[in-house]
Design a protein around this ligand. Structure first.
Ligand SMILES: [Zn+2]
Length: 370
């Protein structure tokens, strides 16, 4: 994601912090330092514990993903939580189930661990909490209790709210998929998610202490919709070979063009993106949006090869469902297609969208015309 910074690597997985996350943590610490200095260290401990737990939760998903043969590129920490980037489509229901349940299981184990420790050490838990203000200070003064609370919340929220894209939603979908197939399971899960989102909005609206739900609901709604679209696209396009929609003669620009020259060529050819040839069958991509943004700030001093970005690559044996996913994830409107190591053409966003509409119409006509 844009404005993310890599802070390290675990098992080949990049750990990234988003700028909003860094600003939030910095803001909280600065505020505590200025208003209540003695609480600075407890606040720091609390934040490390909170985001350490979120990170370990995501790592638990990722470790199981890797074991199930699903590659994980990165884990991104955002103010709303963690996000592991992995291609979770096309995996067996059993694998999805194991991956989804791994995160909450980690939290449940932590809860049990803390409870066992608490059984042996007296006075590490607060006796009673009376108000919201007191709750905050209790969280800072009883780190082990805070750790218990964070883990219990993460487990409960992720596991018992069966809304995609949360863990509970994935657990529900994978269990359904074992009986009725991936496509219908997704359809049902998305409907369940929509109902839950509406419930969250109503709850958040009427209950001041649950206002946070108003922030979470849109993320769940959008996540569920993306998931629904992906599963429909998968069903419609998986049988179509990619060679059906390849554009054989794509626009390819040289890496040593100036940005102004590149802009002129794109304009002349009426294209919104182009491949950039770095030589030795190595290609990058430049989109008109990126080009314009850089032209406005850098005044075109750099060469095209320096500003073009890496691309997702497809192969001639891939199908159009792969192309659909690649087109969603890519920057620009084209995805290069290779046969072995040689470029044979591109798939454009336009051609995949048209194919999608035709296939959807075909299915509609076939099912309604019965
Ligand atoms: Zn999770």
């Amino acid at each position: 994601m844009k404005y993310s910074y890599t802070i390290g690597k675990i098992k080949g997985i990049e750990i990234q912090l988003h700028i909003t996350f860094i600003l939030l943590v910095w803001g909280i610490l600065a505020w505590v330092a200025l208003t209540d200095l003695p609480m600075f260290i407890p606040s720091l401990v609390f934040l490390i514990m909170l985001f350490g737990t979120v990170l370990l939760h995501e790592l638990s998903h990722s470790v199981v993903s890797l074991r199930e043969g699903v590659k994980v590129d990165s884990i991104l920490l955002l103010p709303i939580g963690g996000m592991a980037s992995a291609d979770l489509t096309n995996i067996p229901a059993q694998s999805e189930f194991k991956i989804a349940i791994a995160g909450p299981m980690f939290n449940i184990i932590m809860v049990i661990l803390v409870l066992v420790i608490a059984a042996f050490i007296p006075n590490i838990f607060p006796v009673a909490i009376e108000s919201d203000v007191e709750f905050l200070s209790v969280m800072l003064n009883y780190p082990l209790f805070a750790f218990l609370y964070i883990n219990a919340m993460l487990a409960l929220f992720n596991l018992f709210v069966p809304a995609i894209p949360m863990d509970g939603g994935r657990v529900l979908r994978s269990v359904l998929a074992m009986f009725i197939g991936y496509y219908r399971a997704t359809q049902i899960s998305v409907k369940v998610s929509t109902v839950i989102t509406i419930g969250m909005v109503i709850l958040g609206f009427f209950s001041p202490s649950l206002r946070i739900l108003l922030i979470i609901a849109p993320f769940i709604y959008l996540g569920a919709r993306a998931e629904a679209e992906l599963s429909i696209a998968e069903r419609l396009l998986i049988g179509v070979p990619i060679t059906k929609i390849i554009t054989k003669k794509p626009l390819i620009l040289k890496a040593d063009l100036t940005l102004t020259q590149a802009f002129k060529t794109l304009k002349e050819k009426n294209q919104t993106s182009a491949l950039v040839n770095l030589g030795k069958n190595n290609y990058r991509i430049i989109s008109i949006e990126r080009l314009i943004a850089i032209l406005e700030t850098e005044k075109g001093r750099k060469l095209l090869g320096k500003v073009a970005v890496p691309v997702i690559v497809l192969h001639t044996e891939d199908n159009c469902a792969d192309a659909y996913k690649a087109v969603i994830r890519t920057e620009g409107d084209v995805v290069p297609v290779f046969k072995k190591d040689k470029l044979v053409g591109v798939v454009t966003k336009d051609s995949i969208n048209k194919l999608y509409r035709f296939r959807a119409a075909e299915i509609d006509i076939a099912t309604k015309g019965r």
